[in-house]
Ligand binder design. Structure first.
Ligand code: ZN
Length: 418
């Protein structure tokens, strides 16, 4: 079977045909295969702007389009595009069904690379297919643009709003996820975490859809709280469990750091050294030696330990079923904290008191939304940002995140390369 026969059956372009194959043996590494594409005799080209069939005008010089490499050969389609004279658009280059705009990679190649980039890092994909990081990026950008413009935004009832630090913590990105039981995905990315950022999301999402939202999950960041209240006031505002536990975790961290310093100043034994994770981890995740160390620490009269025990007692809060009793628990717990004389934790208690109604929504919304999804998505985002080491621009990070977590639609091809 000839290679052109395979190509003619896997890729069907109306009005075009694959003709000759040629090895380019000019000591190129890797070796290259050139496949000549011809327009069918008597066929008319289509205007690249309005897609209408138009009479020909002239021919341009040969162009090469990179296609999926095969058996160690780089593959190129070679074609001399016609220019057509369109009655409405004037003289234009014809529409090439295998290419997008001025991109010199075929559509199939772009989709192929972007599919691989879902499994490997961009650099690895570039190495495997002997192309460049930039070409992989361009391919994914195409896939993301295609998918984003065909996004189905119907039936979204729950969203989660989250922020993430990037650029070594100097800047923020606001991320909005869909967190419905039937679909969890990244919906939108915006720069900063201001009211303006989130307002832009709602503008993109549309007023009608915003008014159909039933649950919005976020942290206690004021800008988010305000915008959600304004744009989706009908929705139940729920706080994610992990955001609240993270608040307490940060307080423990602060108390521990202060206490380490104090012990050092007083010339006491540095018993708190290398204990950070013991206090931040859940007890069930501790190793045997960490567990033993914790048992010793608990015997000491340390602020950090008291703080730790208060956090552990707060875990019981999530086991409540009734919002009423959970509310009573908050009252008791915050009272206890206020007597503790641990300033960072007292601050958390005040925040919890202030936002008690929203926190209690957790129980009213229970089982209707996926608690913990926001945390899971946040971890995936962090992993992708780390994987995308070297992304300097927001655009590249955005492309990577949408590609990995956006569940974007893809076209159906006549031939499957996977
Ligand atoms: Zn036209």
């Amino acid at each position: 079977m000839r290679l052109t026969t395979i190509l003619n059956s896997t890729l069907k372009f109306k009005g075009f045909v694959f003709k000759k194959c040629k090895f380019i043996e000019k000591q190129t590494d890797p070796p290259q295969l050139e496949i000549e594409v011809l327009s069918r005799k008597g066929s008319q080209g289509r205007c690249s702007k309005c897609n209408r069939k138009c009479p020909g005008y002239d021919h341009l010089s040969r162009r090469r389009f990179a296609h999926i490499p095969i058996w160690g050969f780089l593959v190129f389609f070679v074609y001399s595009p016609r220019r057509v004279s369109c009655p409405t658009c004037g003289v234009r280059v014809e529409l090439l069904p295998w290419a997008i705009g001025k991109c010199r990679m075929t559509k199939s190649y772009c989709w192929y690379l972007s599919d691989w980039a879902g499994r490997l890092s961009w650099t690895e994909v570039a190495q495997c297919f002997r192309t460049t990081w930039y070409h992989v990026y361009k391919a994914i950008e195409m896939a993301v643009e295609w998918g984003r413009s065909r996004l189905d935004l119907d039936n979204i009832t729950s969203i989660g709003i989250d922020e993430i630090q990037w650029h070594s913590g100097k800047r923020y990105l606001t991320l909005v996820y869909q967190i419905d039981i039937h679909c969890k995905r990244l919906l939108w990315i915006g720069e900063n975490r201001s009211m303006k950022t989130l307002t832009e999301f709602f503008k993109w999402f549309g007023e009608e859809r915003s008014l159909k939202l039933e649950f919005v999950c976020s942290d206690l960041w004021q800008a988010y709280l305000k915008v959600v209240k304004k744009k989706a006031s009908q929705a139940f505002h729920v706080l994610d469990r992990y955001h609240i536990m993270a608040l307490i975790g940060k307080a423990i961290d602060k108390v521990r750091a202060q206490e380490v310093k104090k012990l050092k100043e007083k010339g006491k034994k540095p018993i708190l050294k290398r204990t950070r994770w013991i206090f931040l981890k859940r007890p069930e995740n501790l190793t045997v030696s960490e567990d033993q160390k914790l048992a010793q620490l608990v015997k000491q009269n340390l602020k950090t330990v008291r703080c730790y025990l208060l956090r552990e007692s707060f875990q019981r809060f999530w086991e409540y079923v009734s919002a009423y009793w959970a509310g009573r628990f908050i009252d008791r717990w915050t009272r206890k904290v206020m007597y503790s004389r641990i300033e960072p934790l007292k601050k958390v208690a005040r925040t919890i008191r202030q936002h008690k109604p929203i926190i209690l929504n957790y129980f009213k919304a229970n089982k209707k939304i996926n608690q913990g999804v926001v945390e899971g998505m946040n971890n995936k985002v962090k992993l992708n940002i780390r994987k995308a080491y070297g992304f300097r621009t927001k655009k590249a990070a955005e492309v990577q995140l949408y590609h990995a977590l956006g569940k974007l639609p893809k076209p159906t091809f006549t031939h499957r390369f996977f």
